[in-house]
Write a protein that binds this ligand. Structure first.
Ligand SMILES: [Zn+2]
Length: 263
């Protein structure tokens, strides 16, 4: 694990200096999706299976019904051939969500009191979907140190599958940290803001008012403030500052509203 941590740090530092160059939207406002390699999708699916085995899946009927309902609408708004979408609620009080290449999205039960409405949940799901359709994980790994290093790190993750139950539980508990590797949520500020923007387009296409995104991030900001910075969950602390993202979303709102009204 120590090796892994060192590698993560090196990778993260390098990541911040690189940026994807493909524009998220083309001149007609169509979302440019980037397909991951089949190997990366496969690894994403494997890691998701591993998380499903080690983390408790929520049986909360309200949360499960809501994610099913919202994901069904969003899926119709996405165009990504070959994706194998899966949306799972995990039993965990930490308000967090994550995405893995190939179409895997996990949401913690602790996020639902903050997302509240279908539109609120669509904001988070749209954001996570955008990480996948823009292949943020793939571009990070490639840009960081080439496929070789990416492969090495991914192998390290896959090895987890063969480790003991205790070890796997430890890994599951720390998968948020593993996520910073790039296979799960890459957390560069640029990617996060792009995921917000594209996620808002997805929610608008799916029939959710993009204003709900702003309301949701304000609830997040309030939650964050109530907890104090030292105890801020990873999802919140590594994402851009609330003011920054709300400001960015406000400037993008007219485009999203146009999309919303055209459906
Ligand atoms: Zn994100």
């Amino acid at each position: 694990m120590k090796f892994l941590v060192v590698t993560i740090t090196a990778l993260t530092i390098h990541l911040t200096s690189c940026a994807p160059t493909t524009p998220a939207l083309d001149s007609t406002g169509k979302i440019n999706t980037i397909r991951p390699t089949s190997k990366l999708s496969q690894r994403g699916a494997q890691q998701f299976e591993s998380i499903k085995r080690t983390k408790r899946i929520s049986t909360n009927p309200t949360y499960n019904a809501q994610i099913k309902r919202v994901a069904a609408k969003l899926k119709k708004a996405i165009h990504m051939p070959g994706a194998n979408w899966e949306f799972i609620v995990f039993e965990d009080p930490t308000p967090n969500a994550f995405a893995l290449p190939g179409g895997k999205v996990g949401v913690h039960s602790g996020l639902f009191p903050i997302t509240k409405t279908d539109g609120g949940l669509a904001t988070v799901l749209g954001h996570e979907i955008a990480h996948i359709t823009r292949n943020h994980a793939g571009s990070r790994i490639t840009q960081a140190s080439g496929i070789a290093l990416g492969g090495l790190i991914l192998d390290q993750i896959t090895k987890n599958r063969g480790s003991s139950q205790t070890e796997r539980a430890k890994i599951a508990a720390g998968y948020g940290t593993l996520g910073t590797l790039g296979l799960a949520l890459p957390k560069s500020r640029k990617d996060e803001l792009e995921a917000d923007k594209i996620g808002t387009m997805y929610m608008a296409k799916a029939g959710y008012n993009p204003n709900e995104a702003i309301a949701m991030w304000k609830r997040f900001a309030a939650y964050k403030q109530s907890k104090g910075n030292s105890r801020t969950p990873e999802f919140l602390s590594t994402h851009p500052k609330a003011e920054t993202r709300i400001k960015a979303l406000n400037s993008f709102l007219p485009s999203a509203m146009q999309e919303y009204h055209s459906h």
